[in-house]
Structure formats: C-alpha cells, structure tokens
Ligand binder design. Structure first.
Ligand code: UDP
Length: 252
C-alpha cells in the first residue's frame, strides 16, 4: 500500500486517500471487520479485495441503467478511484423481508416478507450508535432537504429493484441493504449521487434454496466461513474467477 498519499478519512472498513486530481479520492477496502458498534472486531483476510470487486461490479452496472454513483474506476485489488462528494450524514436502509433490528423491534420472524419494501433513515454518528431518524429530524436539523429525501428514496427503490433482480438471478434473496449518498456540486446546484459501497458487508443475502446467510451476519453471529460466503457471492455473480488464488496468497 502506498503511504505517500494523504489520508483524508479512515473508517472501520475503508480508508479514503487524496485522489490524483481535484474532486477525486481513492477508496481503499480494508480487511478489518467490525460489528455491534465496534464491540466485535476481526481481520478477515481477503475481505477488502472481494468487497472492492463486488462493489465495482454493482456500481458499473447501476451506472449503465442511469443510476449515477461515485465510482470512476478500479485501480487495483483493494482500491478504486471515486468522485469526491459532500457526504449526506445518513444511512438509507431498504428492507424486503424482516431481519436484524426490524425483527427485534417489531417481533417479526427473520425472513418474513414485508407487505412492501420499507425505507428507513439512520443518522451516521457512531458515538450515538447511528440512531434511526425520521424525515422531520432530517429536515429540522438540515441533514438533507425534502427534495434530497425524495431523491434518495426514489433512487433506493430503483437500486432495490435492480439488486433484487441481479441477486435473484443467481439464487440469492436480497433481504435488506444499506446505502449512503452524497452531493455532487455543479456551480450552485447539487445532485444526489450514490456513494460508499454495495457488498456483503452492507447487504443481507440469503441463499434462495437453503436460506443460508451469505453476508456479514456470518461474522456478527459467529456462523463461520465468512470469506468463503463472500467469495461464493462473487463467484455466483460471475466475477473474480481468480479470487481463490488471491485469498490464499494473502495479498495486501
Ligand atoms: N447495515 C450496514 N451498516 C450499519 C448498519 C446496518 O451496512 O451500520 C446494513 C446491515 O448489514 C443490513 C441492513 O443495513 O443489511 C439493516 O441493518 P439493521 O438495521 O437490521 O441493523 P443490524 O441488525 O445490522 O444491527
């Protein structure tokens, strides 16, 4: 890893470095994995490489159906060149079936289909454990305006349709997922653009036949075979045929 670049931000799973041109950044995918607000931590060798590729795959495909995102191009195994955005401090969760915090809050069995897809907003603030927020909070505290909320919801539903189809075609049920958005400024106007990543770290993915979990819940719930499951997701999507060598080689 190059250390000459300026580090802009380091999160739990990724690092952002200064990009080669103004308005660009380099997004580096780490192997570090955390859950339960940092209480549980591990290094899962090869995870960053897999998530870099899976996220690249979806960002490119979303772009081809007109959903703009921050991805410019992949640079190497662990890095991608991205557009610098003004990040909107919200996590947008889309749910197709009950799981995780929704199941806990409403006492719904995991896997129960929802009457319709549900969108939720959470504030990106780890010190506060990312509390759920309503549109009232979002507009009152100026985290986003009503137009931006509408845009994020419409984009999230389109992304849900696309991802549900893409995963469904390879025998995977998309239970829920998390998105993040940012603003791309052009003169005095800004557009809402998809940012962050789409990977088994940010989605719940169940095998359609066996209902086996193929996502970060394997880590959260100590189910084992985390990397194997992420690799299987990539394999089914038809990407990273060279991946087993990469993991065994322990490339960094
Ligand atoms: N999620 C995420 N980052 C977070 C919180 C949630 O990527 O900080 C994803 C999670 O992987 C799942 C979806 O958002 O696919 C919904 O998560 P939930 O609210 O059920 O919370 P959890 O049970 O993960 O705490």
């Amino acid at each position: 890893m190059s250390t000459r670049r300026k580090k802009i931000y380091e999160g739990k799973g990724k690092i952002l470095f200064e990009g080669p041109e103004p308005g660009t950044l380099i997004q580096y995918f780490k192997d570090d994995t955390t859950a339960f607000n940092n209480e549980k931590k591990a290094v899962l060798e090869g995870k960053g490489v897999i998530n870099n590729r899976i996220s690249e795959y979806f960002m490119i495909r979303l772009n081809t159906i007109g959903i703009q995102n921050h991805f410019i191009r992949r640079l190497n195994l662990r890095e991608q060149l991205i557009r610098e955005l003004e990040i909107i401090p919200l996590q947008v969760v889309v749910r197709n079936a009950a799981a995780g915090s929704l199941s806990n809050r409403f006492g719904l069995p995991e896997g129960q289909a929802l009457p319709r897809s549900i969108i939720e907003f959470y504030l990106k603030d780890e010190k506060l454990s990312n509390p759920m927020v309503t549109e009232e909070h979002i507009t009152a505290f100026n985290w986003a305006n009503t137009q931006e909320i509408d845009d994020m919801m419409a984009l999230s539903l389109r992304i849900n349709d696309f991802l549900s189809g893409a995963f469904g075609a390879v025998g995977i049920n998309l239970i829920d997922f998390k998105l993040e958005f940012g603003r791309l400024w052009e003169n005095d106007f800004s557009r809402v653009i998809l940012a962050d990543e789409i990977s088994p770290d940010s989605c719940r993915l169940w095998d359609s036949q066996t209902l086996e979990k193929m996502d970060k819940d394997r880590f959260r719930r100590d189910l084992g075979d985390v990397i194997e499951s992420y690799t299987e997701v990539a394999r089914r999507l038809g990407i990273m045929k060279e991946m087993p060598t990469v993991i065994q080689g322990g490339l960094h």
